[in-house]
Write a protein that binds this ligand. Structure first.
Ligand code: ZN
Length: 277
């Protein structure tokens, strides 16, 4: 587990526990081809070494393909989704770049061009604006058609897109609150739109500031973030609390995992999470 994931785990766990809620663990393993052998065990090991306890079974995405496909078929039958033949390269050449990649110009909206086969299935994104209030960030709005365009629900690799899988997983597990990093803030309107079209409940959302590398990039797999150090768990947890602006006393670095958790739970202040951002 890298440090960005640790901060996400800590923020969401403290949020859930401070409300008397359950904290569920889901491994986002949609893309099995890209999965590193042993990654799942390593994540579970690191969470346990740092004193995390989750409720219920560990949820996994790779067994849920049939459920995801059923939702796509429902949207297709209702005319809310359409097969698309465009490759990523064609889209990059034909269309303007939105914040989240090339905006689909809708070439296949009214049917596949002659002689072309479907590569993916896209949502027929309505012209509406999606608005919601993030508990820690404030009001957010996104003009879906202009800023995002018809986005992919089913990928060329014959697997569900991240957004579709996430929305169905959240709904089926009865998730009421989603706490995660601000890198996913601009994904949230897409997920809310999908919830509305599929008749699913929209959870409350709270996004914490991005954990960045020293040169300002997002800390994650793409920036080769190192695995966290669990040999000194107090120090590692304290660094994560610092990222969430929790003003933990420095002497906690030498405390046991139990002592750090006791402090963190009794001093959790969500109002300061986004301080200074
Ligand atoms: Zn297309």
């Amino acid at each position: 587990m890298h440090f960005g994931s640790l901060v996400a785990a800590l923020a969401s766990c403290l949020d859930a526990r401070s409300r008397g809620g359950e904290w569920l663990l889901r491994i986002d393993d949609l893309d099995r081809d890209r999965e590193v052998a042993g990654a799942r065990d390593a994540i579970l090991h690191d969470l346990e070494a740092l004193g995390f306890e989750w409720d219920g079974p560990i949820y996994s995405q790779h067994e849920r393909g049939a459920r995801y496909r059923q939702a796509v078929d429902e949207l297709l039958a209702a005319g809310k989704a359409f097969p698309c033949a465009c490759s990523r390269r064609e889209l990059n050449e034909q269309s303007e770049a939105g914040d989240t990649g090339a905006i689909c110009p809708g070439t296949c909206r009214e049917g596949l061009p002659a002689g072309r086969e479907a590569r993916s299935i896209r949502l027929r994104v309505p012209g509406d604006v999606v608005r919601f209030t993030d508990e820690w960030v404030g009001p957010i709005e996104q003009y879906m058609a202009r800023e995002i365009g018809d986005f992919v629900l089913w990928r060329v690799e014959d697997i569900a897109s991240y957004h579709l899988a996430t929305v169905l997983d959240d709904a089926d597990a009865g998730i009421t609150r989603v706490v995660r990093g601000a890198d996913l803030l601009d994904s949230t309107p897409r997920q809310i739109l999908l919830q509305r079209l599929l008749g699913l409940h929209t959870p409350d959302y709270a996004h914490f500031p991005l954990v960045r590398t020293a040169d300002g990039r997002k800390l994650g797999k793409q920036t080769h973030a190192p695995r966290i150090d669990t040999s000194r768990p107090g120090r590692t947890l304290l660094a994560a609390l610092d990222c969430l602006h929790q003003s933990a006393p420095p002497e906690l670095a030498l405390a046991t995992v139990e002592e750090v958790w006791t402090w963190a739970l009794s001093h959790w202040r969500p109002a300061t999470v986004n301080a200074g951002t």
